[in-house]
Design a protein around this ligand. Structure first.
Ligand code: MG
Length: 173
């Protein structure tokens, strides 16, 4: 019996804007600015959703949750993750691990890291050790270095519980 594993990657960027808090990995943290976004602007979860969709071969976040759709205005991005997990479940796909990186000059992630890891692990229904969260600045270079916004990258690995289950509705085998 072969093991069916699939890797996916995701990237998201949001500009800072008016506000006094950010949502990162489903955790609202106090900050001197907010983000410009149609939803809650959670860059970590948006990158994660794209990584999950990518691994499953299901396109990207914009196709499934278009920002032209009023139902996603101000949406809690945990809803996107939950909806994508249901798509994965229907295809017998489960998350093996996720590795995420926040790229930002500010805020510092360290004080929030464990809460965010816990939030993401809970959302995905995996053990805490399956979620890794890293952070880096860009040494003051570029738009991130100028503190104009923040960016996240995510990589996930999925495995298929049953090698005989179809990966997508149009899969032939
Ligand atoms: Mg986004």
């Amino acid at each position: 019996m072969s093991t069916d594993i699939r890797v996916g990657s995701g990237i998201d960027v949001h500009a800072f804007g008016p506000g006094d808090s950010l949502v990162l990995g489903g955790v609202r943290i106090a900050h001197t600015r907010g983000v410009v976004a149609h939803s809650d602007g959670d860059v970590l979860l948006h990158a994660l959703v794209d990584a999950l969709l990518g691994a499953a071969g299901l396109g990207d976040i914009g196709e499934h949750f278009p920002d032209s759709d009023p139902q996603w205005k101000g949406a809690d991005s945990r809803r996107f993750v939950a909806a994508v997990l249901r798509m994965l479940e229907r295809r017998s796909l489960r998350v093996v691990n996720a590795d995420l990186t926040l790229l930002a000059q500010q805020p510092r992630l360290a004080p929030w890291r464990e809460r965010i890891r816990h939030s993401i692990a809970t959302l995905l229904g995996v053990e805490l050790q399956c979620i890794n969260l890293k952070a880096t600045t860009t040494e003051h270079l570029g738009f991130l270095g100028r503190n104009e916004g923040l960016m996240a990258m995510a990589t996930v690995l999925l495995s298929r519980a049953s090698p005989t289950a179809p990966l997508s509705p149009d899969a032939k085998s």
